[in-house]
Design a protein around this ligand. Structure first.
Ligand code: 9PG
Length: 633
């Protein structure tokens, strides 16, 4: 079936049945004739929900389930790691105030999003879905074969989706495929996740980071038993790192009782030790800050290897700040706006030089610079786990030196950044993507951050008031980790950011730390922490032991989450070994018997594995605010 976009779209759509075992259809958008794209958004037509239900082959009861708009949850997917990654139900919307501060908006929104006029449009990217109860109708864009990113504008009340292709600067040939997506239907969380797994076929990509896992025991490749884990310096020291501090944390890891020692070091499991932001002279000047690291990084990476850990380093390769040498000496390397020639601003960070800018990654000399940077980090400094951060800055529109659209330049730059699979000694190298545009990155970055930064406080007031949904915040981070758990192990292995078990420099309460530690373990793909092991109190160690014991009890299953209502989620497991309830609201939540009968029954038991109940009666169970409760069945 071929149809033309409804407005005067220069694209036509071809529709094919989805390959088995998928239930649905594959759509391809092709240029009707040769043309150039000048605007950031290229209209690719739209679909009524009913047409999508037909494309997915839905009939009878399954189809009727999607008839009531009011009950539909809409997941907007997200442009990048820090974009909102949770479902919207009923009249919920994402805050719009952030538009008043363009530098902040750049951290969560795609460049030049153009929602249709009128209110009620939800902007989505990459993998979006409509959910009616346990039924998922998913639009999954295919951005893996050089195809352009797709943006979805979803209107729940009008029951419509409009599509937009992001490819400013692209010169299309007649018949060229611009974008593609699959319309999928699945019933049940795990059936949905398995459909994504079958669609994205990431097994080979996942193998590249297998060396971060423990292989000491037979078992499933991706069970909770062998989640990668490690230390990283950000969520305690922030940019204030120096040699003595890093070495102190390094030595204390194996010498004190802490979670990484109990779960990884004592059991001979691989462990990452990653230095975060602060080692460099300036963001965009990737030279060692010799005031802080007078003996350089090589000796530190050597000590990390000598401890038996995998040395890691943070980089934001596409960024430039005013303080950096490139800004002064190579102004032609900066991406500039097509109109006016001012450098394209990529965002704002009060810990750096305020505004920051992006490189013109289409330039051959910039690509060479990127290649040299990675080679230096691996060969000269000795790192084997590179956290590539702020990657979204590689997907802005601008006056590129070379022809092509942002996604084409981005794909080439990312291939260069991740091309080294081994160091000179033949040891494996892994990359962690962060702040990355999700669709254009997953093939090159099988290990990727799945949400906004966490924080040692529950929320962060000032950016919340500004409507910044990508703000560092324990609550936002949990919403993202839970909201994108269907992608973990299907599209990428998700990095949920760190857990906290310390009390020094940390305002989280015990129930909040337990919640973060369990959500990260159950619903994401690695366990990282930034705690200073030397300063753990006896109470911190007691919590550590308890969490470690829980990990052992829960490690033989796979988990999923389905939203019950605002801030409240049901946790379920593939083998039906455990169920639970997460309450991210600050107030207690009362679960009525009729609402979730099976969950209610399990969580009404006399004893639970993790028990944050405040009370129970024949008709309801009440759970504490900011808590998780788990029942083993
Ligand atoms: C280093 C940090 C850490 C962290 C990354 C990234 O939207 N924001 O205000 C915002 C602030 C910080 C930030 C991301 C977004 O942190 O996620 O793990 O590496 O950079 O500077």
């Amino acid at each position: 079936m071929t149809r033309t976009g409804t407005r005067a779209s220069p694209l036509e759509t071809e529709t094919l049945p989805a390959p088995p075992p998928l239930c649905g259809a594959v759509l391809r958008y092709r240029a009707k004739a040769a043309f150039d794209t000048e605007t950031p958004g290229l209209d690719a037509g739209g679909w009524a929900f009913d047409e999508l239900l037909s494309l997915a082959g839905l009939q009878g009861e399954d189809r009727a389930a999607f008839a009531e708009s009011g009950d539909l949850a809409v997941h907007p997917g997200g442009w990048q790691s820090w974009s909102a990654g949770w479902e919207l139900i009923g009249r919920e919307r994402l805050p719009r105030k952030v538009a008043l501060i363009p530098e902040l908006k750049k951290l969560t929104h795609r460049d030049g999003e153009t929602p249709p006029s009128g209110s009620g449009w939800i902007t989505g990217h990459f993998i979006v879905y409509l959910r009616a109860g346990d039924r998922y109708l998913c639009l999954a864009s295919n951005e893996g074969d050089g195809l352009a990113p797709l943006t979805f504008y979803i209107h729940r009340e009008r029951r419509q989706v409009r599509m937009e292709v992001f490819a400013p600067g692209k010169e299309w040939k007649a018949g060229e495929t611009a974008a593609g997506l699959t319309v999928l239907y699945a019933c049940g969380f795990f059936a949905f996740k398995d459909a994504l797994k079958a669609l994205y076929r990431q097994e080979d990509a996942f193998r590249a980071v297998d060396f971060l896992r423990w292989h000491g025991e037979s078992g499933e490749a991706h069970s909770k038993r062998n989640l990668p884990g490690g230390y990283q310096s950000w969520y305690n020291h922030y940019t204030n790192i120096h040699e003595a501090l890093i070495l102190e944390d390094l030595q204390a890891l194996a010498a004190t009782e802490n979670l990484l020692k109990l779960r990884y070091i004592d059991r001979g499991r691989p462990l990452v030790f990653q230095i975060d932001d602060g080692w460099q002279r300036a963001v965009g000047e990737w030279e060692i800050h010799t005031g802080r690291f007078p003996r350089g990084l090589e000796c530190i990476a050597g000590k990390i290897e000598a401890e038996g850990f995998i040395p890691g380093l943070w980089l934001a390769p596409f960024l430039v700040t005013r303080r950096s040498r490139i800004f002064r000496e190579k102004p032609e390397w900066l991406l500039r706006q097509a109109a006016g020639g001012e450098p394209v601003v990529a965002g704002f960070n009060h810990l750096w030089d305020k505004r920051y800018y992006c490189l013109d990654i289409s330039r051959p000399d910039v690509k060479e610079y990127l290649k040299d940077l990675i080679d230096r980090a691996i060969d000269e400094w000795g790192f084997r786990y590179l956290k590539l951060d702020f990657l979204y800055a590689g997907l802005f529109a601008g006056a590129f030196a070379e022809k092509g659209a942002p996604h084409e330049h981005y794909e080439r730059a990312l291939a260069i950044l991740t091309s080294r699979k081994r160091n000179a000694a033949g040891l494996s190298v892994a990359y962690l993507g962060c702040g990355l545009p999700l669709g254009p990155s997953y093939r090159h970055l099988p290990l990727s951050r799945t949400g906004a930064d966490t924080r040692e406080t529950w929320d962060w007031h000032a950016p919340r008031l500004l409507g910044h949904v990508g703000r560092p915040s324990a609550k936002i981070n949990l919403l993202d980790t839970i909201g994108r758990t269907h992608l973990d192990g299907a599209v990428y292995l998700s990095d949920p950011d760190v857990i906290f078990l310390r009390s020094k420099n940390c305002k989280l309460k015990e129930n909040e730390k337990e919640l973060v530690a369990l959500v990260n373990f159950l619903l994401a793909g690695q366990i990282m922490f930034s705690d200073d092991p030397l300063h753990l109190t006896p109470a911190d160690v007691a919590l550590t032991r308890r969490i470690n014991a829980l990990y052992e009890k829960l490690e033989n299953d796979e988990y999923g989450a389905v939203r019950i209502c605002r801030d409240v989620f049901r946790v379920e497991s593939r083998r039906a070994g455990a169920v639970g309830l997460v309450n991210l609201n600050s107030r207690p939540f009362r679960l009525e018997r009729g609402r979730e009968p099976e969950l209610f029954l399990a969580l009404s038991a006399a004893t639970l594995l993790v028990d944050r109940r405040l009370g129970r009666s024949a008709g309801s169970v009440t759970f504490a605010g900011r808590s998780i409760s788990l029942a083993v069945i």
